[in-house]
Design a protein. Structure first.
Length: 242
């Protein structure tokens, strides 16, 4: 089987580590909160572009379980932005057929935010065109521990635990694994993000800070992805001869 033309190769699932809001703000003499606000604008841009292109699943690392170590004022500003984003965007998401899902410990979020999130998830549940996943209060190791604990609670025998049954207990259950993982702002690590799901994801690192990651930057990442040959552990000869 020959490789598909690069123009036809569009990932079904894109995951993004949105990095660099604080450094973007600092370079401009602005507060970190201003950087996060600019980052929220980039979220709107990227979500719109992905839906236009036909990308069915988009997962954004919005707040990790380690981010609670940040200054209280910054955390407060981040959660205020989350409420603002939901208030402004959920009606449009409902109109455009975008279903919102959350990966992470929602119960650990402040009351106003978890209430708004649950309302948004319910309101957009019928969206058929695209799924937007927000990783909030999320850590991949904690996700795996949560899945294993559920096996124990349900009395599942060790021999009945498979890759498929494990995947069914992760936050991503029912969705394909990310084809492409993008990280902005020059860092080149996964930071406890979708470790199991990204076992065979293509990785794309860019020095561009998240607030400057626009349609053209996304298109460049997608073009790089389209130019790669995904092997899933196979040799090139196996791929060409399949």
């Amino acid at each position: 089987m020959q490789n598909q033309d690069s123009s036809d190769k569009l990932p079904a699932h894109v995951a993004i580590i949105m990095d660099g809001n604080g450094r973007w703000a600092q370079a401009r003499g602005l507060s970190r909160s201003a950087g996060h606000r600019a980052g929220a604008d980039a979220v709107r841009t990227v979500v719109t572009r992905c839906r236009t292109l036909g990308i069915r699943h988009l997962t954004l690392y919005a707040f990790s379980s380690e981010n609670w170590n940040r200054p209280r004022a910054e955390i407060t500003a981040l959660f205020s932005l989350l409420l603002e984003f939901l208030q402004q965007e959920v009606p449009l998401m409902e109109e455009k057929g975008i279903a919102l899902k959350v990966f992470g410990d929602v119960d650990g979020l402040p009351l106003a935010q978890r209430t708004a999130l649950r309302h948004a998830i319910s309101r957009t549940a019928g969206g058929q065109h695209m799924t937007l996943n927000l990783a909030l209060n999320y850590g991949s190791r904690a996700e795996l521990v949560r899945a294993i604990q559920s096996f124990v609670r349900d009395g599942v025998r060790p021999e009945d635990i498979t890759e498929a049954s494990l995947a069914a207990r992760l936050y991503t259950a029912g969705q394909p694994d990310p084809d492409l993982l993008i990280r902005t702002s020059g860092e080149q690590r996964l930071s406890n993000y979708l470790l199991y799901q990204c076992a065979y994801s293509e990785l794309y690192f860019t020095p561009v800070a998240w607030p400057d990651f626009d349609e053209s930057q996304l298109d460049a990442a997608l073009a790089a992805y389209a130019g790669r040959s995904r092997r899933f552990g196979k040799t090139q000869e196996q791929i060409n001869g399949c």
